[in-house]
Design a protein. Structure first.
Length: 392
């Protein structure tokens, strides 16, 4: 793809040079220096340092050549040559023989360079100025600068500032997208407040999170943990069980806290099993099966739980379920059979040892732990447990 773009830039640059020559030969000699085509040769040979230097020295920045400069800067950025991309974009701004609208577009490109280079302070300063510029409010510049600013605040985990920017973006056709993001920003605040022991602040934050996205299962998880901290175990159970109705694939994320709340509230295991069975009807999750198996084993013994797990594996085979079933038989086996089962278990564990447990449904990113914010596509609540033989 980069090579294709490179050829497009070269053809465009040659075309511009030819057109300028046809239009006004004398003017071309002023705009395009004697080493202009030498710069194209450097690009062809992937000598980007010399190409950038030659273009800057020999290709004047004006309305006719702007696209060539921008294409060169964009190509360098995609290749990861961020310092050179910054040089190209800063050179455009230094010459400043462009309309205000064109200059703002170049400033946006420069802000993207800074963002990818990790120069977040520079990117933020540039974008904040652009978003506050009255001249940018009538077009897409202000909105694009706000989006870059929002990404900066997400990277820096400045959730309060991210909320304020996202509220400005939560209009029109993208309102649902930003309302969901705001809900997660408030969840981030609530989790931070919980860690610091600020329970009142956490409750305020989680109310705001629910207000922006009532179907966000994360709000129920955080609210349930807050209720447990405050000793409101009945309310915690209500919050944790709400996850099933919001998005059942996230039920496994609630199980450990839910079990604790049931114990602390003195609820019966039969009630817990009834809820877990209803969840299993919606989501064939091995995590739910294993918690049910634990409850069945305590009450009915190994034989009953072994039969329960085996019946589930016939319909939804998973390696995690197989290892649990092997464990049950190991406990009731001796001699060579026990040794063979132990070998089989080690093989089964090795099959999933390096396998991801979660996958982003937007970009395909995979990982071993649950993340609410995808580190690749930056989407919220797009990462979910992987189902299948090697997953749930």
């Amino acid at each position: 793809m980069d090579n294709w773009l490179l050829y497009v830039i070269i053809v465009a640059a040659i075309g511009i040079g030819w057109w300028l020559g046809r239009r006004d030969k004398d003017k071309t000699s002023e705009v395009v220096g004697p080493n202009y085509y030498e710069g194209l040769n450097y690009l062809l040979n992937e000598e980007s340092d010399r190409a950038v230097s030659t273009f800057i020295e020999n290709l004047e920045v004006n309305a006719e050549t702007l696209e060539t400069h921008l294409a060169l800067g964009g190509l360098l950025r995609r290749r990861g040559e961020l310092e050179k991309a910054v040089v190209v974009h800063e050179n455009i701004l230094a010459q400043a023989k462009l309309s205000r609208s064109d200059l703002q577009g170049v400033e946006l490109e420069l802000a993207r360079d800074y963002l990818l280079a990790g120069l977040l302070d520079r990117a933020e300063e540039l974008c904040v100025r652009l978003s506050q510029d009255p001249a940018s409010k009538s077009d897409g510049v202000r909105r694009e600068s706000l989006k870059i600013t929002l990404e900066i605040y997400e990277r820096e985990k400045e959730w309060a500032q991210a909320i304020e920017v996202a509220k400005l973006l939560a209009v029109g056709g993208e309102s649902d997208h930003y309302e969901k993001a705001i809900s997660h920003y408030y969840c981030e605040l609530a989790e931070d407040q919980l860690k610091r022991g600020d329970l009142e602040g956490a409750r305020v934050s989680i109310r705001e999170a629910i207000g922006h996205d009532v179907n966000n299962p994360r709000t129920s998880l955080v609210r349930g943990r807050l209720d447990v901290k405050e000793g409101h175990y009945d309310n915690a159970i209500t919050a944790f069980t709400r996850v099933r109705d919001q998005d059942a694939v996230y039920v496994p994320e609630s199980l450990e806290d839910l079990e604790q709340a049931f114990v602390l509230d003195g609820r019966s295991q039969e009630e817990l099993r009834h809820y877990l069975t209803s969840c299993l009807e919606q989501t064939p999750s091995i995590s739910i099966v294993l918690m049910l198996a634990k409850s069945i084993r305590d009450e009915l013994g190994d034989e009953a739980v072994s039969k329960f797990i085996a019946n589930h594996l016939k319909k939804n085979p998973t390696i995690r379920g197989l290892t649990q079933l092997i464990d049950l038989h190991i406990d009731n086996t001796d001699g060579v059979a026990k040794e063979n089962l132990a070998i089989l278990r080690s093989f089964a564990e090795a099959l999933v040892a390096d396998k991801p447990s979660y996958r982003c449904h937007s970009c395909g990113f995979e990982g071993k732990r649950m993340r609410w914010h995808c580190p690749v596509c930056k989407d919220w609540a797009s990462i979910k447990p992987i189902f299948g033989l090697e997953g749930e």
